[in-house]
Design a protein around this ligand. Structure first.
Ligand code: F6R
Length: 608
């Protein structure tokens, strides 16, 4: 979950590393540190707090002659986020400096053994075993020493290592945590994610598990199991501006506004006259589609909420039974799968540890696995057998927005393709849905244009400590996502309820003025939904309806009504979630919360 950056070349290493860490702050931001080498000494500076704290120390005490170094932003796992536990870590002597992302599972055992041999530990981290192990095995070649050390480790980790014994070399090693190498002219880079590299190079190499890279200014060599190997170079096509705020106050707002484009990009080239070309794109044969016995969707958080919508779409259009599971639950309950199950893995980052483990379990049990991910070259994208990329572009804000809507677009295409392939969906109905789908990007833009109205609702909601979201069917699935958005960035307690369930207990919490956000996009459920909202109003609830149907009633039973453009009820989630994203955003801004970096959270969850 932490961010790693490394550099060797002709520039002041501290500039490149701090700049890269800033672009990776979404991965963790409770402390930051840097190790710089200037051919005489290895200098380490690390501090609790945001990157700006470290920057402050560096500007007072610069090491601009250092041309090599590594840096880290932390999201604490072992040990509190304080100066001592911040990375880089050194051993008994300042000969080695190590930054690490992931968890070393057997660190306790290693630590005990090292202490018994006289090593002194100063931190509570799992990482600190690494420089101590390096002190024991180093015999003149850092790459060999790193190979020897990793052979003793269990867990998931990405490492960058430097030593005062070799002023020209940075070593990178990957095991189950992402690490990318950037190739330059007379300089080379490493980072946990591509945005950190973009100002410097587009030529990248994605390390695989077990790969070690030796970075020098003159070039990078790659090794696996001690032997040199060739790696493919991957040219990044999205530009640097795409990874920056482009004039918006926050990445989240920018990413909400990017949804029309993200949706267009995700749909583009995939819609045909009479269906979609998805099966061909991802390599699903017609026999595979016909032979599916059950679909199991596995994901976490927002991606899980997208999976819930996917369940309804696939069940309605392809008439296949679908189960949706939290990845963190799936992997430990010895799931019963069979080779005729289609497992759909959804992950924006493609690096979520539980989701990746679920993918591996499904493959192990012989299922066909379709991976829906936004990050090309991510672990999920590389390990998925049939990969369906969403083209949302980099999502930097911790709260997911454009990734969710593009996941819904991908799942809609998938449901249509499965329905057509199994002949449960008529071509004319598929065409109707595809026509509707083509309209969605424009309609999302129309909703964003109502931002001021949503902002006024948000200012009211921001005064409350409890907010409820209700809906039926697909609206309930979207309500879950709306509640998650509000809690994670505004810290307001929010709950989503299937509207019909309220009266079975939760209604007791509705008192005068309690905001209840009511979703009305499923015309066939309109009457039932209206009765549920009436019950809320009778208790004095402040009702906000988000509606694309039922125009004759929603206005009369709501304190505020936000109208959505008309669309097919099956496509409505891509629209109805947008006001909920904006509501959460403006409520968080009104409460002065740090929207892009909510407390306790990080973007890429690479721990279990
Ligand atoms: C919430 C959010 C998280 C992620 C979850 C899965 O806004 O972003 O709930 O959806 O951590 O992440 P990915 O999709 O990267 O696997």
């Amino acid at each position: 979950m932490c961010g790693i950056v490394g550099y060797v070349g002709q520039r002041a290493a501290e500039d490149v590393i701090i700049d890269g860490l800033r672009r990776l702050e979404y991965r963790g931001y409770d402390s930051a540190g840097i190790a710089l080498f200037n051919e005489q000494e290895l200098f380490v500076e690390k501090h609790a707090g945001r990157l700006s704290v470290l920057e402050g120390y560096l500007s007072a005490n610069p090491h601009r002659d250092a041309r090599l170094g590594i840096g880290h932003t932390r999201w604490a796992t072992h040990g509190a986020p304080n100066d001592v536990n911040a990375h880089p870590h050194t051993g008994c002597t300042p000969r080695f400096a190590v930054v690490h992302n992931g968890i070393i599972e057997n660190y306790n055992e290693l630590r005990r053994e090292l202490m018994a041999r006289g090593h002194r530990f100063v931190t509570e981290t799992d990482t600190e075993v690494l420089p101590h192990l390096l002190e024991e095995v180093y015999a003149g070649d850092l790459a060999t020493a790193v190979f020897e050390v990793v052979a003793k480790l269990r867990g998931a980790y990405a490492l960058a290592v430097v030593t005062s014994e070799d002023p020209n070399t940075v070593i990178a090693y990957r095991q189950d945590s992402p690490l990318i190498i950037g190739l330059g002219q007379g300089e080379n880079f490493l980072a946990s994610d591509i945005p950190a590299l973009l100002p410097y190079t587009r030529q990248t190499v994605v390390l695989d598990d077990g790969d070690l890279a030796v970075l020098r200014s003159s070039g990078v060599s790659f090794y696996r199991e001690g032997k040199e190997i060739e790696k493919d170079i991957f040219t990044v096509t999205w530009d640097e501006v795409a990874a920056e705020k482009a004039g918006f106050d926050h990445f989240m707002l920018k990413e909400i506004h990017e949804q029309p484009k993200a949706l267009r990009d995700t749909l583009s080239g995939r819609i045909l006259e009479q269906g979609t070309n998805l099966a061909e794109e991802i390599g699903l044969t017609s026999d595979m589609i016909k032979g599916i016995n059950r679909v199991v969707v596995v994901a976490c958080g927002t991606a899980y909420h997208a999976g819930l919508v996917g369940k309804t779409l696939i069940e309605r259009l392809a008439r296949i039974h679908v189960e949706v599971d939290y990845a963190s639950e799936f992997r430990y309950r010895q799931p019963v799968l069979n080779p005729n199950d289609l497992v759909i893995i959804i992950s924006q980052s493609g690096e979520t540890a539980d989701t990746l483990a679920a993918l591996r379990e499904a493959k192990r049990q012989g299922c066909t696995v379709v991976a829906i991910t936004n990050v090309v070259g991510s672990s999920v994208s590389r390990e998925g057998q049939h990969v369906l990329h969403t083209w949302a572009g980099p999502e930097i804000a911790v709260a997911s927005t454009k990734a969710y809507t593009t996941q819904l677009a991908a799942l809609t295409l998938m449901a249509i393709e499965l329905g057509l392939g199994r002949k449960t969906l008529k071509v004319t109905r598929a065409q109707e849905l595809l026509r509707g789908l083509r309209e969605i990007p424009l309609q999302v833009g129309e909703i964003i244009a109502q931002a001021e109205k949503i902002k006024a609702v948000a200012e009211h909601v921001a005064k409350s400590e409890h907010v409820f979201f209700i809906g039926r069917g697909l609206d309930f699935n979207v309500a879950l996502e709306g509640a998650l958005k509000l809690k994670e960035i505004s810290y307001i307690h929010a709950e989503a309820y299937a509207a019909g369930e309220l009266k079975h207990g939760t209604l007791a919490l509705i008192t005068a003025g309690t905001p209840v956000i009511c979703l009305f996009t499923q015309a066939e459920l309109q009457e039932k939904m209206v009765s549920n909202v009436e019950v809320v109003r009778a208790r004095g609830g402040y009702t906000v309806s988000i509606s694309s149907c039922c125009a004759d009633v929603t206005g009369t039973i709501s304190d505020v009504e936000i109208r959505l453009p008309e669309t097919d009820p099956l496509l409505a989630p891509m629209l109805s979630v947008v006001p909920l994203q904006l509501l959460a955003y403006y409520a968080a801004v009104t409460r002065g919360a740090d929207v892009d970096k909510p407390r306790n959270l990080a973007k890429s969850v690479t721990v279990e």
